[in-house]
Design a protein around this ligand. Structure first.
Ligand SMILES: [Zn+2]
Length: 212
């Protein structure tokens, strides 16, 4: 049983707003996938259409980060709605995870300790972290010994001290007052959510203290 699809609706479902559908159509016509007079297209052609559009157009949310990471020389289309961004799915958290994922890989960073944050925020981190990461999430309100903190510091490539909430200074000081070579791994963020924390880690990896 074969069905067919409305071309405009198909383009819309792929993130092409009304203003961008004409150039998408032109491209499909040039490839012989449809004709100027046709309104509908066989559903079986959908994968071919998606691949053809994906080669020519980058459907992205417009954030510089996504453009830089994912445009790859293609013609830019601003995703409508933004949630159809190929790179971040319109999510600030996902965008931040993707940015840190690329940088961490480039710097050989895969073991991360996060100190502090609410249980819900820690859950978000756990859920969004790429498979390649080993995460150690430290409750900033529970007692932690100097010895335990030392083990964390030696194990981790990066230690994120997240002072947004639920962080006891007795715990955070164990990390932020570590001796210098280890302290280079420590990133502090006083406030902000998951995305801000991940961006702070990225800035650290791109900054002078990491290289030094
Ligand atoms: Zn995006």
């Amino acid at each position: 049983m074969s069905t067919d699809l409305d071309i405009a609706e198909l383009l819309g479902s792929l993130g092409f707003g009304e203003g961008d559908r004409a150039r998408a159509r032109e491209h499909l016509e040039a490839l012989g996938l449809t004709h100027a007079k046709k309104r509908r297209i066989s559903a079986a052609k959908r994968p071919v259409v998606e691949a053809a559009l994906g080669q020519r157009f980058a459907v992205l949310c417009g954030a510089e980060l996504c453009t830089r990471a994912a445009a790859r020389g293609r013609e830019l289309v601003v995703a409508q709605p933004r949630i159809l961004c190929e790179h971040c799915g319109g999510s600030d958290n996902r965008k931040a995870f993707r940015r840190l994922q690329h940088l961490a890989e480039a710097h050989g960073v895969s073991r991360l300790v996060v100190v502090g944050g609410s249980p819900a925020a820690r859950e978000e981190l756990r859920a969004g972290a790429p498979e390649a990461w080993s995460l150690r999430l430290v409750d900033g309100t529970a007692r932690r010994t100097a010895r335990e903190a030392q083990v964390d510091l030696v194990w981790a490539h990066l230690v994120l001290v997240w002072g947004a909430s639920e962080l006891d200074h007795k715990v955070s000081n164990l990390y932020t007052e570590a001796p210098l070579p280890l302290r280079r791994r420590v990133v502090q963020l006083a406030r902000g959510g998951v995305a801000a924390l991940l961006h702070a880690a990225c800035d650290h990896l791109e900054g002078p203290s990491w290289r030094g």
